[in-house]
Design a binder for this molecule. Structure first.
Ligand code: G1P
Ligand code: ZN
Length: 547
């Protein structure tokens, strides 16, 4: 089969963001747009010849078309073997699992995560490296530089691969292996969790679960693991079929977008555990009966209960959280006497710590939690972790959370997002706040006195890479580290800019633990709007999304 060389012109907007390249579908459908980016990835992988790569996506619109284009280009670029998820389906954590298990050079995930899909929605592509984790900045930057100078790409004149048939096929000199999307991942889960105990509890009805697949990638995984292997009754998984437009819904697991699940969990029919995952299966939301667990609390509770789970029975090496994540886990780590790292937003910053064995569990406030079993956040893993804890403790989610808060205090926490705002004005807001930083220190606002104001900078403890400008932190004096407000601009949005404001306060008194976080944090929320002059800069009096 002859290799075709196609002449092309660079696009100037192919710099990967927090999590790969994300654009609207029609941007990706422009002639040569996807091809340019993919060729830039291959050009960066100078050692790709004869190697294995993994590829799959979350089933969103354009998934199959993009896969066929990339497979032909991989063959023309000398890749030895491609492992493809059946039907083009692989969750992000499953890609990470396959890269590690089959010692692949890396992998490509086709997804725009929790962004809406369909012809009017978003598409995305991200590259993961040989440890199974997202490509570090030096690689994404090299890909971007390549994309600015690209003049040609390589492909084959060849028929489409049969994506639905398991087994080997040939594409030019490259072998394509269509693999079961779930099997290897399910096997890994079985090594970590007490499947027998969970299965007994689910089959006997002692424990019940409702999992919302949001018509995205985790449906097949949840059907296979929760219903088929663990024996949860049919119907425990809802919206379990991946659809190209996610059924018109937004595959983001939060209370606003998983409404049916949220309504059930706050009704008399609620099962013991309610959970949801996002477009590509790396995020998770955890609910108990009449109880919502923030991702920050979930991380802290998993860490505190880790030794109840077989895969973590020996204890944890250390833990990490992204900077804007609440400091609830810090208190648990302190009591356990293990290290706790504060990293910039984005999963890639956990990679070195996990590889070096410095941490075992880590998480972000944005519904991401995982451990050293893969190098991505893992939605279903978090759900199984909770299920395992519930099967052992035989207490409700709410009781477990309340006991946790009684012991460590509760970190009231909320994130306010101002979406699709003017990018220049959002930048001006951040710049102004940064300039005023030093003059704010020592100032008093009602009961709150500003103790520090800084622009978060991180030096990776393993390779000493410095990442600057990772978000403005305003810390107030007080117990438990003091209240805190964090401002940063999103790196994953596709329309204008999104300003994220993270607000947190530690409450030691158990009698006050049942307050609504929006009420417990009301004064700080108002202050967050005043300090940054949000209305003056971006013309918004209220956030678009509250989590
Ligand atoms: C968001 C989240 C971040 C997460 C990323 C990818 O990024 O805040 O924690 O790692 O999505 O899922 P942001 O849009 O804030 O840059
Ligand atoms: Zn995701």
């Amino acid at each position: 089969m002859t290799i075709k060389t196609v002449t092309t012109q660079p696009f100037t907007d192919q710099r990967p963001g927090t999590s790969g390249l994300r654009k609207r579908v029609d941007v990706f459908q422009q002639p040569n747009y996807l091809e340019n980016f993919v060729q830039s990835v291959f050009n960066t992988l100078t050692d790709r010849r004869g190697q294995t790569l993994v590829i799959g996506g979350d089933g969103r619109y354009y998934n199959r078309e993009a896969l066929q284009i990339i497979l032909r280009m991989a063959a023309a670029n000398g890749v030895g073997r491609m492992l493809v998820g059946q039907g083009g389906i692989l969750s992000t954590p499953a890609v990470s699992c396959l890269i590690r298990k089959y010692r692949a050079l890396g992998g490509l995930v086709l997804s725009a995560s929790h962004n809406p899909g369909g012809p009017e929605g978003d598409f995305g592509i991200k590259y993961n490296v040989s440890n199974g984790g997202p490509a570090p900045e030096r690689i994404t930057e090299a890909i971007f530089q390549n994309s600015l100078n690209i003049r040609e790409y390589y492909t084959l004149d060849a028929a489409d691969i049969q994506l639905d048939e398991l087994g080997e096929q040939q594409l030019g000199a490259m072998q394509v292996v269509v693999v079961d999307s779930v099997a290897d991942y399910a096997e890994l889960m079985e090594q970590l969790f007490d499947f027998e105990r969970m299965s007994q509890a689910l089959r006997s009805g002692a424990l019940s679960i409702r999992f919302d697949g949001m018509h995205a990638v985790t449906g097949p995984y949840a059907h296979a693991i929760l219903e088929q292997r663990l024996g949860a009754p049919a119907g425990s998984v809802i919206r379990g079929t991946p659809l190209p437009d996610f059924g018109g819904a937004h595959p983001d697991p939060n209370l606003a977008h998983a409404q049916e699940l949220a309504a059930l969990m706050f009704s008399p029919q609620a099962p013991d555990l309610g959970a949801a995952s996002d477009g590509d299966g790396d995020r998770n939301m955890i609910l108990g009966r009449e109880c919502y667990i923030t991702p920050s609390d979930s991380l802290a509770i998993l860490v505190a209960n880790a030794t109840l789970v077989p895969g973590y029975a020996k204890g944890l090496a250390g833990v990490a959280r992204s900077m804007p994540t609440s400091r609830a886990v810090d208190r648990v780590a302190e009591q356990l006497g293990i290290e706790c790292f504060e990293t910039p937003t984005g999963w890639k910053f956990f990679g070195n710590l996990l590889d070096a064995g410095r941490i075992t569990l880590c998480g972000e406030e944005s519904f991401g939690t995982s451990s050293d079993h893969v190098r991505e956040k893992d939605g279903l893993w978090a759900v199984l972790f909770w299920l395992n804890i519930l099967a052992v403790r035989q207490e409700s989610v709410s009781a477990i959370a309340h006991q946790h808060w009684t012991r460590y205090g509760r970190n009231f926490y909320t994130r306010h997002d101002y979406e699709a705002v003017d990018a220049e004005r959002a930048q001006a807001l951040m710049d102004a706040l940064r300039r005023r930083g030093s003059e704010l220190v020592g100032q008093r606002f009602g009961a709150f006195e500003i103790e520090y104001c800084d622009d978060f900078s991180y030096t990776d403890p393993i390779d000493e890479t410095v990442s600057q400008g990772q978000g403005l932190r305003i810390g107030f004096s007080g117990s438990g580290g003091g209240p805190r407000i964090v401002y940063r601009l999103s790196g994953t949005g596709t329309q204008g800019a999104t300003l994220r404001v993270y607000i947190e306060r530690h409450e030691p008194t158990p009698e006050r633990h049942d307050q609504d976080p929006q009420i417990a944090l009301a004064e700080l929320i108002t202050l967050s709007q005043q300090l940054a002059e949000i209305e003056a800069y971006i013309g918004r009096t209220a956030p678009s999304v509250i989590t």
